[in-house]
Design a protein. Sequence first.
Length: 283
Amino acid sequence: MRIFSTLLCLGLLSAFTLAAGAPAWAQEATTPTGKILYVDTSETGKTYLATINPDGTGKVRLTPAYFNIVFPRSCETSGWIGFTNKTPDMKSEVYLLSRDAKKIKKILEGVALEGFSPNGKFLLYTTCDMKAELYSYSIESKQATQISQNLRVTAADWSPDSEWIAVSALTDDGTNDLYLISTMAQGILRLTQTPGVNESFPVFTRDGKFLAFISDRNGMNEIEYLDLAEKKIQRPLILGMYPSVSPDKNWVTFEHDGRIGISRSDGLETKILTAGRTPWWMK
């Protein structure tokens, strides 16, 4: 394994402004489409990978029961679905599931899946140790490439244009800040530096212009949006964690109190769908 790139620059976008209210596109919301991939926790002591329609109908289980599935992800290009399972002895296993859910295979141990590259040829994982380094892994060659260095990454998402990876990473005060890591050897860009505030689990919108993420700056976990071009953070008052934005970016799914919910990006039309956790919006 080799270091992905020399960190050529370290920048901080300190000029982000915080604004209450909805993102600019919120008024364009239409009926949500696609499916939501999530961890089904409806049976005590068991977890299943499942999908459900955004209106709460059509629930389908994709896997047999596992001890503790977390953070499923999918890739539209390759059709792969991936997830991490925590075993009873707290070891981590990463599995890949085919698009038709007929083939499943364990590909890694001791790491946690974070996501896929847009072309579906690579996945991102973090090491399950105190270092929590981020790696890119070639599904075909089975070769891993280290991406982060001394960042203690807690979550990551690859941009739709493949040029950036958004991550949250632990800081010295035990909270998380947001960063962008270039895949084109352009270094690291620090997006936030907010002592005492957690900003974590960033995910790109499908156009790559915004990040949705968790923030506790107001005392509880909420979904916020960061406009990367305008340097603005929008707070639409959506209570929840682990956001995933719909393909048209007009809706967001999230976990709240052990249940899967959806909301318009402006915080309106919030609906709880089912018991579960860590959802991912599929096309």
